[in-house]
Design a protein around this ligand. Structure first.
Ligand SMILES: [Zn+2]
Ligand SMILES: [Zn+2]
Length: 248
């Protein structure tokens, strides 16, 4: 089957995302776009993602438990999980690694946890858009120990791309799927970073507004949207990407 996926979407919990991005609104928009698979990937937290997953189940859209973690090296890494308990454990680990810096909503934006009906549950007080006390290799190991899949985000894009900050793909991620920012042409990425030719290069929207959901996506050919099958499809090259200006 063809699986239309957008695996990088921010919700109201990310200080940089619009307050229209409630889990319910995200799932509704994904349904309108006939997406089969999404992930709500807020900075260093999965809390709204759990709500999105519950809503996705009712709407017939699979929602992976996801997060965009920020490592000590200021690298953004998407982490995906299928098992709720493992995802919860990982989420707790990450929260403990987040500095105690308070959020200043007037400066950084609101960090709002909402329920399935868009009611505000609470405001997250720690600033989520911050570096965790964990390195890229340690994060890869932690996620894998929780049966997670890691995909470094927008690897070529400053300021948080893996290649911008490390200049290379660490050995732990050899052959792993990597995300390329949706506006960058594939030819340019491969010219600037020839080592990426050995990696499946996925695309997602990195949406902070409803209108951007699905703007870029990855279409997997896989028997089902199970995480190991998606990884296998990525590694086998049985996927294609859709970008705003057909950057492929
Ligand atoms: Zn990012
Ligand atoms: Zn992002």
């Amino acid at each position: 089957m063809k699986i239309q996926a957008d695996l990088h979407i921010h919700s109201t919990l990310s200080p940089c995302a619009s307050l229209e991005m409630s889990p319910a609104a995200i799932v509704r928009r994904a349904a309108e776009l006939a997406l089969d698979l999404i992930a709500v990937t807020d900075h260093n937290s999965m809390e709204n993602g759990f709500t999105a997953a519950a809503l996705g189940e009712k709407a017939g859209i699979k929602v992976l438990y996801g997060m965009e973690a920020q490592t000590r090296e200021d690298v953004h890494v998407l982490c995906y999980f299928e098992d709720r308990l493992q995802a919860e454990r990982f989420n707790r680990h990450i929260y403990a690694l987040l500095p105690d810096t308070p959020n200043h909503p007037d400066y950084f934006g609101d960090q709002v946890v909402v329920d399935e009906e868009d009611n505000i549950v609470r405001h997250e007080e720690k600033l989520l858009l911050n570096a965790l006390d964990i390195s890229v290799p340690e994060l890869v190991d932690l996620a894998r120990r929780h049966d997670g899949l890691v995909v470094p985000a927008h690897v070529e894009a400053p300021p948080y791309g893996l290649l911008v900050n490390l200049g290379m793909v660490p050995a732990e991620l050899e052959g792993s799927p990597l995300e390329v920012a949706c506006d960058t042409a594939r030819e340019r990425v491969l010219r600037d970073f020839p080592a990426l030719a050995g990696h499946p290069l996925l695309r997602n929207s990195d949406a902070h507004f409803l209108k951007d959901i699905g703007r870029a996506r990855t279409v997997f050919s896989a028997p089902s949207p199970a995480l190991p099958l998606l990884l296998a499809a990525a590694k086998a090259g049985t996927f294609h990407v859709v970008c705003p200006e057909s950057h492929g």
